[in-house]
Design a protein around this ligand. Structure first.
Ligand SMILES: Nc1ncnc2c1ncn2[C@@H]1O[C@H](COP(=O)(O)OP(=O)(O)OP(=O)(O)O)[C@@H](O)[C@H]1O
Length: 262
């Protein structure tokens, strides 16, 4: 029997490290990272500020070359920026002179010089999935911060990437919007499965969203623990009040604040 695609390693990091400064007196940003991410798995990454989370994300995106080890996707070494990767940053950086729909379509226009009616239809479907169907013709400054961030997520999804890399995507949002957009993201991800690497400073957010949480040490960033989040899906507001949710967040908190005691 063949192994289903969802159980095979999709993204593999083997002994991955990155040193920005060749001076050996300056520590590497990250070192010795071994990680297998399954296809369509949702992995969150937490760790202290400056531990190399964004460095890790940039290496998976092919935007930064590891100085040690190797990153591969489906067995092929990553050696440059990849087409099958969508990236969402903290700020959505929408173009203020384009409508929401045109912002979402912009990467297609940028890449291929044009987009088709089918692309427009897909953009509208994704906007509807993100609860933005009546905002497609609005300009970005007519939208709240949370809505703008949802547009950024839809824009990253339109190219239908296999891998979605998210670098603290909700950190500029207020707590209520942040929780809501987390559930929106889960809904979109459940309907459009993607392999997700999600960087966050929020322990609760990591546990609520992810299948596994990677805990990194302070610089040089290494993997302290990989926590399996065995909470059933779909996750809802009820998930937060489950005892297991509390146990998992407590364990993560210990790892981050008292790593030697965990
Ligand atoms: N271009 C660069 N040149 C030199 N050092 C860098 C560069 N980018 C990052 N660093 C350093 O590498 C380390 C890891 O940075 P990185 O941004 O990956 O950490 P992070 O965990 O994402 O941080 P934060 O949680 O604060 O966003 C930090 O000490 C940072 O100062």
């Amino acid at each position: 029997m063949t192994t289903p695609a969802t159980n095979r390693s999709f993204v593999t990091l083997a002994g991955v490290g990155h040193r920005y400064d060749p001076n050996p007196a300056i520590p590497s940003a990250v070192t010795g990272i071994d990680l297998d991410i399954r296809r369509h798995e949702f992995v969150a990454v937490v760790g202290p500020s400056g531990c190399g989370k964004s460095t890790l994300l940039r290496m998976i995106a092919g935007l930064l070359t590891p100085t040690d080890g190797e990153v591969s996707v489906f067995g092929k070494q990553v050696d440059g920026p990849r087409d099958d990767v969508g990236i969402v940053f903290q700020k959505p950086t929408l173009l203020p002179w384009l409508s929401v729909r045109k912002n979402v379509l912009f990467p297609l226009r940028h890449k291929y010089g044009r987009y088709s009616r089918a692309d427009e239809k897909r953009a509208d479907e994704l906007l509807a999935m993100a609860g933005l169907e009546s905002f497609a013709d609005k300009m970005p400054d007519e939208l709240s911060g949370g809505m703008q961030q949802r547009v950024g997520i839809v824009r990253a999804l339109l190219l239908n990437p296999d891998i979605l890399l998210m670098d603290e995507p909700f950190s500029a949002l207020d707590a209520m919007t942040r929780e809501q957009i987390g559930f929106d993201l889960l809904k979109i991800w459940e309907e459009n499965p993607k392999t997700v690497l999600f960087i966050t400073h929020s322990i609760a957010e990591a546990v609520l969203l992810a299948d596994r949480v990677l805990v990194m040490s302070k610089r040089p960033g290494t993997v302290l623990d990989v926590l399996d989040v065995d909470l059933p899906r779909p996750r809802t507001t009820h998930t937060i009040s489950e005892p297991r949710f509390g146990q998992l967040t407590e364990r993560l908190r210990k790892h981050i604040y008292e790593p030697e005691a965990a």
